[in-house]
Design a binder for this molecule. Structure first.
Ligand code: NAP
Length: 246
């Protein structure tokens, strides 16, 4: 018996890192999980691994920026499983540059993936959740959406946008028993952070109270709690998961 038995979940950016850990977590707890990203091979492998462990999963390839494709995926998954109970908007990307070097496309690309991608999926599931009169939407923001960060004006703005989007949706959808929550991870060891120079990583490490980097599992554990009935009175909030960094 898992705590998400009978629940249907969509996780974006589920090919690697935090999204992969979240997808596995829900599957381990009995949910039917739809994994979404652009990388067919990685998604296929993740779905195979979930199935081999006795879980239920399916994958859809999509660029989260593509509004029509996103509506199509949500429609298809809903048609096959009958409800959409939880959405985790996790897909995200960085194009770190100081403003002086930042090109227009560096800005629009990151806003489109991180913020508009979140809009695209939220809009697609909201109609279904409103009809169901139940649902949980969890949006993966970042601590830099709260603090700002030099070299990440595009990324930080997208993540701050996700926070305001979350709070607005929580107020719009709450009366229909739909909770909307943002999670703001600190420094998590994934492909997104692996390319940083060692001295930069060391500086970050010194700023983290518990003196270790986060793992995808750390974030997945919190997402699991927030999506569960135990967190039934949490909505419209930003939950920081950063080991005491900010
Ligand atoms: P990651 O391993 O690079 O994963 C990013 C995921 O997003 C991948 O599955 C990638 O899949 C997907 N993605 C990127 N662009 C996409 C697009 N246009 N359409 C569809 N999917 C797309 O990085 P991560 O650290 O796990 O990041 C996950 C989330 O956590 C992101 O929102 C990130 O901003 C946030 N976060 C991370 C940290 C950290 O320290 N790592 C801190 C705070 C917040 P494909 O390439 O297959 O499309």
């Amino acid at each position: 018996m898992g705590i998400f038995d009978g629940k249907n979940v969509i996780v974006t950016g589920a090919s690697s890192g935090i999204g992969k850990a979240i997808a596995f977590k829900f599957a381990t707890e009995g949910a039917f999980v739809a994994l979404v990203s652009r990388s067919e091979e990685k998604l296929r492998e993740n779905v195979e691994n979930i199935k081999q462990a006795g879980g239920k999963a399916v994958f859809y390839t999509a660029d989260v920026r593509d509004f029509d494709r996103v509506q199509e995926i949500v429609k298809d998954f809903h048609k096959n499983v009958g409800s959409i109970d939880i959405l985790v908007n996790n897909a995200g990307a960085t194009r770190d540059k100081f403003l002086i070097q930042m090109k227009e496309e560096d800005f629009t690309e990151i806003i489109d993936i991180n913020l508009k991608g979140t809009f695209n999926f939220s809009k697609a599931v909201s109609r279904i959740m409103l009809r169901q009169k139940s649902g949980v939407i969890i949006n993966i923001s970042s601590v830099v959406g709260i603090t700002g960060n030099p070299g990440q004006a595009n990324y930080a703005a997208s993540k701050a946008g996700i926070i305001a989007f979350t709070k607005s949706l929580a107020k719009e959808l709450g009366s229909r028993n739909i909770r909307v929550i943002a999670v703001a991870p600190g420094f998590v060891e994934t492909a997104m952070t692996s390319g940083l120079p060692e001295e930069v990583k060391e500086t970050y490490l010194q700023s983290i109270a518990v003196r270790r980097f986060g793992t995808p599992e750390d974030i997945a554990n919190v997402v699991k709690f927030l999506a569960s009935p135990d967190a039934g009175y949490i909505s419209g909030q930003v939950i920081v998961v950063d080991g005491g960094m900010i």
